[in-house]
Design a protein around this ligand. Structure first.
Ligand SMILES: [Mg+2]
Length: 320
């Protein structure tokens, strides 16, 4: 993992630096593109921030990330945190961010679980859903009135000859850290018998402090292999996520930037749907990965710390 440091030198605090003309106050020469990169940030009214690798690493905010959020708020722009991780409730993220000195309201955090709930309410009201998800996601579905299928009341498992079994209308797969073989079997059976197959997000692995753990996309791959049916994915990088963000915030599409450390989710969701997609190099993606990617970011920044420096005209140490 890249551990870029917030590098506004102390002597430059409060100084307004004229990019490219006046140098960097001892932090090295200005890059000619800084003015343009700063201007791209100033055109944004809403920054939709990824969490892991973008705002925090492990239990600590990345250097400069808090400064960025505070500066954006003070300047009258908006912040929304968005994570594809559907295993935890938004409340958990609120508590985690508050513990890092970044208190937020419920309307400033959105997950792929939220997008899935909104999708179901709009497109399939009243339909029954078999959820392969954590108790936290299940609770979120219940609170929003989604009709959850109780598998104990059906005839799942090996179907008896001549028995017409009931099934849910829809199977939703999330990042289920309580996944069991029985759940997988039920999901496959229902999908094979005609249930619609939805997934909260497509991430195949979830980064952890010790490596990776299989995520929603990996579970879906197993179900697809068994059934031959591909899911409809929600979350980043899909249109439904952008639509929900726009509806939720009222900000116009071209003034929204999705910011994150993954090209194929965080950046793609912006560049593919008429918003902006900014890459930060503070997490998974390295500069050299960009040339091999089909997804090209609208702009690349070292971290949220650099974005803050550019926004307020302070110097950034590019040697870091
Ligand atoms: Mg990330």
């Amino acid at each position: 993992m890249n551990t870029l440091k917030h590098a506004c030198p102390p002597e430059a605090e409060g100084q307004k630096t004229e990019f490219a003309e006046t140098g960097r106050g001892g932090a090295g020469p200005a890059l000619p593109g800084d003015r343009i990169r700063a201007e791209k940030l100033r055109e944004i009214d809403l920054f939709v921030l990824d969490l892991d690798g973008t705002f925090y690493l492990g239990d600590r905010p990345i250097d400069g990330a808090l400064d960025f959020v505070n500066y954006v708020r003070e300047s009258g722009k908006k912040i929304l945190f968005f994570t594809n991780n559907s295993s935890r409730s938004p409340k958990v993220y609120m508590e985690r961010l508050a513990g890092m000195g970044c208190p937020i309201n419920r309307d400033q955090i959105m997950t792929s679980g939220d997008v899935t709930i909104a999708y179901l309410k709009e497109n399939d009201p009243g339909k029954s859903v078999y959820l392969v998800g954590t108790p936290a996601l299940e609770e979120s579905f219940r609170q929003e009135g989604i009709c959850l299928w109780d598998p104990e009341e059906d005839r799942t498992g090996p179907r008896e000859a001549g028995v017409t079994a009931s099934r849910p209308d829809i199977v939703v797969v999330g990042f289920d850290t309580t996944l069991t073989y029985r759940k997988l079997e039920r999901a496959c059976t229902y999908i094979r018998e005609g249930a619609v197959f939805l997934a909260t997000h497509l991430d195949i692995n979830c980064p952890t402090e010790y490596g990776f753990m299989p995520d929603c996309g990996a579970f879906c791959a197993a179900i697809t292999l068994s059934t031959g049916v591909e899911p409809k994915y929600l979350g980043k990088p899909f249109k439904e996520t952008v639509d929900m963000v726009l509806l939720h915030t009222g900000v116009s599409r071209e003034r929204v930037a999705f910011v994150g450390d993954r090209l194929y989710t965080d950046v793609a969701v912006g560049v593919n749907h008429g918003a902006k997609g900014f890459l930060v190099l503070s997490g998974e993606t390295k500069q050299e990965d960009i040339k091999n990617s089909q997804v090209k970011p609208d702009e690349v920044y070292g971290s949220l710390g650099e974005m803050k420096c550019l926004l307020c005209g302070e110097s950034w140490d590019h040697s870091r």
